[in-house]
Design a protein around this ligand. Structure first.
Ligand code: SAH
Length: 247
């Protein structure tokens, strides 16, 4: 899968993409992240990428010429998304569908944003990482790269980690524990050391339901409790609490 990123800070994004899981995925040929420097497509000695907004007002705007020249020179995989607070918000479903695509590209804005003609005529959509304003699209691009890259088949060593983690079943994940079994007087739940895999599975399911009901009851809007949920919640004494939280 190829992902191309247009930015005035290509080293920032490419060094991020060369570490850890994404770095390994690139070495293994599962992922190909290419960063393009918008400044390389300027024509003046100062390598100017921004200019004052028409109509006045604070700040500067990314000029269309270097952005479009960079896009045309690269002919990047489509869709090309502008990163911006007005876009569709990235969530796990969107990350999954991007990971299943052949590739896509990201344009990082800076300053007050990008000349709207670039957005209207050269981009295919807009992606946001949440309802807050960043100083540039680079951190957002890194969030997209990581959320999507780890879901590309083969990138995570253990492919089941993606099917059991938070949001994959519409719930938050169950809590995780490792050795030691007792740490400063706090013990790991007995059931996890029982060796009874069926019971461990039912406990994890019940605790994931309870945890989601406490922290993110909104997630139950599209996933109401079913009969099996009620059974496991009952088995571990959590049914009353969860029903109260979701009432
Ligand atoms: N003036 C703009 C914000 C510009 S912030 C406004 O009020 O909407 C500068 C750049 O940071 C944007 O062009 C965009 O590329 C990036 N950015 C800011 N917030 C973002 C967010 N929540 N998600 C993705 N990108 C964001």
């Amino acid at each position: 899968m190829r992902i191309e990123v247009f930015t005035i800070f290509p080293d920032l994004v490419s060094s991020f993409a060369s570490e850890s899981l994404l770095g390994k995925a690139q070495v293994n040929g599962l992922l190909d992240v290419r960063c393009h420097d918008l400044r390389e497509h300027t024509t003046d000695v100062h390598r100017t990428v921004d200019d004052a907004p028409f109509g006045g007002g604070a700040g500067m705007v990314l000029k269309p010429e270097p952005v479009v020249a960079a896009i045309e020179a690269a002919d990047p995989p489509r869709p090309l998304f502008l990163l911006g607070p007005g876009g569709d918000t990235l969530d796990q479903d969107l990350a999954r569908s991007l990971a299943a695509s052949g590739g896509f590209s990201l344009l990082c804005g800076r300053y007050e944003g990008v000349d709207q003609r670039v957005v209207d005529h050269w981009c295919d959509g807009e992606l946001s990482i949440g309802d807050y304003v960043l100083a540039g699209g680079e951190v957002a691009a890194m969030v997209v790269l990581e959320a999507v890259g780890r879901l590309v088949p083969g990138v995570m060593g253990n492919d089941t980690s993606a099917t059991e983690e938070s949001f994959s079943s519409g719930l938050l994940e169950y809590p995780q524990y490792t050795r030691p079994a007792e740490f400063r007087g706090h013990e790991v739940p007995d059931v996890l050391r029982s060796g009874d895999h069926g019971r461990v599975g039912r406990w994890r399911h019940a605790v994931a339901l309870a945890r989601t009901a406490r922290a993110r009851p909104d997630l139950f809007a599209h996933r109401p409790l079913d009969a099996e949920d009620r059974t496991v919640l009952g088995e571990f004494g959590l049914l009353d609490e969860v029903e109260r939280l979701l009432a």
